[in-house]
Design a protein around this ligand. Structure first.
Ligand code: PGA
Length: 238
């Protein structure tokens, strides 16, 4: 069983997300009807305006972001109350785009983590180094990644970690198999049984070999998951 997650980022509307989900459900049901074993755990993260009720049999809907509050005055944010309405119990925290573009600090990521942990949410927690850090070598990279676990409870049973090197995100070129294997080996020593995903330019052409690396329990996919045909191909190849 592998974990395959799709991050829509700021793509898709409510209507197109709905069509995507219906088609995905059909695709998986048909596969199962042909008694092709299909045991992957799939999660989709649509944009907030396209959150759908969590009513699908073959995959889960999660939120890309939420503010650590039940409700209140946090203009532009959604909190627990809004997630509950959709039956959402899965959340992405720490994505590099939020850390870099929205300037989310490690302490804020940890605050969100703690809030949603108390509520039993499934948390996909992202870490990843920049090109500049990578260039400083393996030790600097591992130290940086370590700093991104500050305030994060690694004993939390509903935690999934995604290692997403920033330099590989949206670039079309994933980290090499050797690079992924090396970092995952180091991270696994720390994380133990916590599932560890790789993200960064995963696509139908490379998903199989990435998933075959020891220490890779799944993938978090951005751009190559936005077209349903491409996402189904990723599932087909997984
Ligand atoms: P990408 O994005 O697959 O487009 O590189 C991955 C991510 O940001 O999660």
């Amino acid at each position: 069983m592998k974990i395959i997650a799709s991050n829509f980022k700021t793509n898709h509307t409510r209507k197109s997300t709905s069509a995507f989900c219906e088609e995905l459900e059909r695709f998986i049901t048909q596969k199962q009807a042909k008694s092709q074993p299909f045991a992957h755990q799939i999660t989709l993260f649509p944009p907030q305006s396209a959150l759908l009720e969590n009513r699908f049999d073959s995959f889960t809907i999660g939120a890309q972001n939420a503010y650590p509050t039940k409700n209140g005055s946090y203009t532009g944010e959604i909190g627990l109350e809004q997630l509950v309405e959709f039956g959402i119990q899965t959340l992405l925290i720490g994505h590099s785009e939020r850390r870099e573009i929205l300037k989310e600090s490690q302490s804020f990521c940890a605050e969100k983590f703690e809030f949603f942990k108390q509520l039993g949410f499934h948390i996909y927690y992202c870490i990843g180094e920049s090109q500049a850090t990578k260039q400083q070598g393996l030790n600097a990279t591992l130290e940086f990644l370590e700093s991104q676990f500050c305030g994060i409870d690694l004993a939390y049973p509903n935690l999934i970690v995604a290692y997403e090197p920033i330099w590989a995100i949206g670039s079309g070129v994933s980290a090499s198999l050797e690079e992924i294997a090396q970092i995952h080996m180091h991270l696994k020593k720390k994380l133990g049984k916590i599932p560890l995903l790789y993200g960064g330019s995963v696509k139908p052409q490379n998903v199989r070999e990435i998933l075959s690396i020891s220490g890779v329990d799944g993938v978090l996919v951005g751009s190559a998951s936005w077209e349903i045909s491409s996402f189904c191909q990723i599932l087909e190849n997984s």
